[in-house]
Design a protein around this ligand. Structure first.
Ligand code: F6P
Length: 498
């Protein structure tokens, strides 16, 4: 289950209904996983006030959960995207706390839980995804202790000093602890969660395990989770650890080998006037993505005369997102003012500095863009993982291209051979861009080969198999649950100010 289904309803009813692929990394990652498995996907069809019977799309069985216009406003735009989203992304934008939003969040989580309860077979696995549905695991466990319940958080989990702002911080932790396994993107996220559990509940944690104290009367003790007595108190063990998500790397390799897509990549460069260097940014238009920071660095390099807009082109795809939330509408204005200022000051006829596209594109076009781009810019201020970074790497079957990657994106834990940057440090970011542009091919290929090795061997199929394996494994202490994340080595390059 996830807030959104993999397809959003656009228009029409019944057999005339028109659907399009939903935005975001969650859908991109889970789609191939669900296609390969037998199961149903429960989620919202992306439009208020529409009700659909279950249906099948591209080999996946879907169960739509309806939301009213009021719920879209209070649960989705409000509590999910104007309270939890900024809070979990280190308060880059100030979160708003409204009791009526919290009411709607509880009500909608209950509806999602009921939808799962209606279809889950005895002892079924229910895998709940992301911050919009954090109360669902407990709702499921209270109703059906036979279920095996997993939760995966696609976004960061903040340090306790930030998390503790949330007026409903205990209820959210309780909701999550209803799961058998709570998965996070980074080691730091799992650590932050365990600290919040200790601070709020005083439960004992040992490594990745949390001992949730149970009431003797709880029915679940007699079922799958035979409570172990610790210090005389019965407990249920919850595994909380990182499972860094990935992409369907083979699919991107296949697309990158398609002659039509390769021809399109060439065409894109021609359409842009064959710049010496093509740089690319691809993001949902979100304040967490650091779009303004990368534009500032790029604009200053044009101003400093390091290159001209004829020599270096920047394509920024910023797909529309959460447009009715004020912080997003404001960001759009800021980004668009910035683009027009930079272009006004530094464009040459036929060579705008920044090619800004406020549109979403099909995957084929994205791969063509990845193939065309010499430098990929991922400068998120905070990001759970950032799958665009992995998509770029998987698409570069020619082993070429430079990835500039924010150390605040989850992907930085794995993709150590990227040029790692602190996007707040504009001089450091400028230095990384210059390094990327001037990097000799040998170094580019050495780095890209190492990046590809990681992405190709740790794809989304492996991610889901690892998670599901941990979920069905009775013994959470099993060594098979050990982590496989590269040790934090010395940074290959540090563009920090000091
Ligand atoms: O992982 C972050 C996430 O919020 C997903 O839950 C979601 O599918 C994606 O980003 C896109 O966001 P939205 O569904 O709000 O458009």
């Amino acid at each position: 289950m996830s807030n959104r289904l993999p397809v959003d309803h656009v228009s029409g009813k019944g057999t005339d209904a028109v659907w399009r692929t939903s935005p975001g990394g969650l859908v991109a990652a889970l789609e191939p996983v669900m296609r390969e498995r037998d199961g149903v996907w429960i989620g919202w069809p992306g439009m208020p006030d529409v009700e659909f019977e279950p249906f099948e799309a591209d080999g996946i069985d879907l169960i739509p959960v309806p939301l009213s216009a009021d719920e879209v406003e209070n649960y989705y735009e409000g509590f999910s995207n104007d309270t939890l989203w900024p809070l979990y992304h280190d308060v880059i934008s100030p979160p708003s706390y409204h009791r009526e939003w919290w009411e709607a969040y509880q009500r909608v989580n209950r509806r999602f839980a009921d939808a799962a309860l209606a279809v889950a077979a005895p002892n079924a696995i229910v895998w709940v995804h992301d911050y919009q549905l954090q109360l669902v695991p407990k709702m499921l466990r209270d109703a059906r202790p036979d279920l095996i319940i997993g939760f995966f958080n696609h976004i960061p989990f903040p340090p306790y000093g930030i998390y503790s702002q949330l007026p409903w911080r205990r209820q959210i932790i309780d909701g999550l602890l209803g799961a058998d396994v709570v998965g996070f993107q980074r080691v730091a996220d799992a650590g932050n969660f365990a600290r919040a559990v200790r601070r709020l509940h005083g439960y004992e944690t040992r490594g990745n395990l949390i001992n949730v104290r149970l009431e003797e009367t709880q029915a679940e003790m007699t079922l799958r989770h035979q409570a172990k007595a610790r210090r005389g108190q019965p407990v249920r063990t919850v595994l909380a650890r990182p499972f860094p998500i990935s992409i369907d790397a083979q699919q991107f390799q296949r697309l990158a080998a398609d002659p039509k897509i390769r021809a399109r990549a060439k065409e894109i460069r021609e359409e842009l006037g064959n710049p010496r260097v093509l740089m690319l940014g691809v993001d949902r238009l979100d304040y967490t993505k650091g779009i303004r920071h990368r534009m500032k660095a790029f604009g200053e390099l044009l101003e400093d005369g390091v290159f001209t807009s004829e020599e270096v082109a920047l394509v920024q795809v910023a797909s529309p997102s959460r447009e009715r939330v004020d912080a997003y509408a404001q960001l759009r204005d800021e980004v668009e003012i910035m683009v027009s200022r930079i272009n006004g000051d530094f464009s040459q006829l036929g060579h705008p500095g920044i090619h800004y596209l406020h549109q979403g594109y099909p995957r084929e076009e994205m791969v063509a863009l990845y193939l065309a781009a010499d430098v990929m810019l991922v400068t998120a201020l905070r990001d759970g993982m950032n799958l665009v970074a992995k998509e770029y790497v998987a698409s570069r079957t020619d082993q070429d291209g430079v990835l500039i990657l924010s150390e605040f994106a989850g992907a930085a834990d794995e993709l150590r051979q990227a040029l790692l940057v602190n996007p707040h440090d504009i001089d450091g970011l400028k230095a990384a861009i210059v390094h990327a542009i001037r990097m000799p091919q040998r170094e580019r290929m050495r780095r890209m080969r190492a990046l590809r090795k990681r992405v190709l061997s740790h794809d989304v199929q492996r991610w889901s198999a690892t998670f599901l394996d941990a979920l069905v494994r009775e013994d959470h202490n099993d060594p098979a649950n050990r982590l496989d994340i590269p040790k934090r080595a010395v940074l290959p390059l540090d563009y920090g100010g000091d």
